[in-house]
Design a protein around this ligand. Structure first.
Ligand SMILES: *Cc1c(COP(=O)(O)O)cnc(C)c1O
Length: 376
């Protein structure tokens, strides 16, 4: 229905080789060469010792919460400016999310709000157990400040790097900063296995636990014996094959997405002094620009969305904050207004890694025309 999609899969042509190997060897279950190979290749790429492939990043966040011992009534801090997939698992374990607002540099979690929230919750004898750190749209958050606050208060960090494969901070890959990191290979992400994810950690016990829990908590015995509640969250060997081919081109995909963003930015904001035009890359941060996001003002975005749609081009508003979602209205929040502002006036433009320069020019011209319609 669209002629240009927001973030479609981009296959390499080499996926079939890995899938065929799985089919020919009869390894079509969640075990086999592609699983072992893809885990090893991801560990090398991310420079982290342990990984477990799973069915989705959502499943990974769920496992991470279980592994860190988050239980009923525990408080888990989470940015309000994010995707619901990183909030839902908090409810799966019966814990309570508390939503924290964004800063306007990277649009991610505001460290000032983080400290305020922790101190206030401690005062109320409701000290948070964990934080879910998100790098929205692949732009690194203020990691140094956030980790130092979490260390000070001994709060565990689950890093939701679902969007952020290929991005770095101080030359270290995103996904490797938290106690546990999670990356997504959903069909719309920078590389895909059609659907899937990986959980990574420097802590061997955590990843062994993830493998055990994701495989029905089945003990290594000749009969079915279970010491814990398990899940069926393992990735299949066929899908891991798709991922192996995709991972080979991750650097090209990052370059393509970054160049989409730079093209849009140059066309839309010839004078970049405008302070709130997009997510800023901090010093020593390297984003994968999974999606090209822009703040164009609340009087403009609906017109832009509609004009793009009329031209069969898919766009999407920025995350609707979690504290405004009917499903989550009852939970605590610490706000500064930024996430609501971003939702009202921001947009994600088509960001696929196969987009051509002429398509970006076409999209940008529709955006500019829509902006002029607002300003006259
Ligand atoms: C896509 C996404 C997820 C969920 O990933 P799945 O693999 O689809 O479960 C989680 N968090 C964020 C920030 C995402 O963008």
């Amino acid at each position: 229905m669209f002629s240009i999609y927001l973030s479609p899969p981009h296959l390499t042509g080499f996926e079939k080789k890995f899938i065929d190997e799985a089919l020919q060897s009869n390894w079509v279950s969640p075990y086999g060469n592609n699983i072992d190979g893809f885990e090893k290749e991801l560990e090398e790429y991310l420079d982290i010792p342990y990984s477990a492939l799973i069915t989705s990043a959502t499943a990974g966040i769920h496992l991470a919460l279980v592994i860190l011992g988050i239980e009923k009534k525990d408080i888990v801090l989470v940015p309000t400016f994010t995707f619901a997939a990183c909030v839902n698992p908090i409810l799966y374990v019966g814990a309570e999310p508390v939503f924290l607002d964004s800063e306007l540099d990277t649009w991610n979690l505001d460290p000032v709000i983080l400290r305020t929230a922790i101190e206030d919750l401690i005062r109320k004898q409701r000290k948070p157990k964990a934080l879910i750190l998100v790098h929205s749209y692949g732009v690194p958050a203020k990691i140094t400040e956030i980790l130092s606050i979490c260390r000070e208060f001994e709060i565990k960090v689950i890093e939701d790097a679902a969007d952020a494969l290929g991005a770095t901070y101080n030359s270290q890959k995103l996904g490797t900063f938290g106690d546990i990191g999670v990356i997504s290979f959903n069909g719309n992400k920078i590389i895909t296995t059609s659907g899937g994810g990986v959980i990574v950690s420097k802590n061997k016990d955590y990843v062994e636990r993830a493998k055990y829990l994701s495989n029905q908590a089945k003990e290594n015995l000749p009969y079915y014996h279970h010491e814990a509640v398990g899940y069926n969250y393992r990735m299949s060997n066929i899908l891991a094959g798709i991922g192996r081919a995709q991972l080979q081109v991750i650097e090209e995909r990052v370059i393509a997405r970054r160049s989409n963003y730079e093209r849009y930015a140059k066309l839309l904001f010839p004078s970049i002094e405008t302070s709130l035009f997009s997510q800023r890359e901090l010093l020593n941060a390297y984003s994968n620009r999974w999606l090209s996001t822009f703040y164009l003002g609340k009087n403009a975005v609906v017109g832009i969305y509609n004009n793009l749609k009329a031209a069969h081009i898919e766009s999407r508003f920025l995350w609707k904050p979690m504290h405004l979602q009917p499903a989550f209205l009852r939970f605590g929040k610490y706000l500064n207004g930024n996430s609501a502002l971003l939702f009202e006036g921001g947009i994600c433009l088509p960001s696929g890694s196969q987009l051509e320069a002429t398509q970006i020019e076409h999209i940008a011209s529709i955006v500019k025309k829509s902006l002029n319609e607002v300003h006259v």
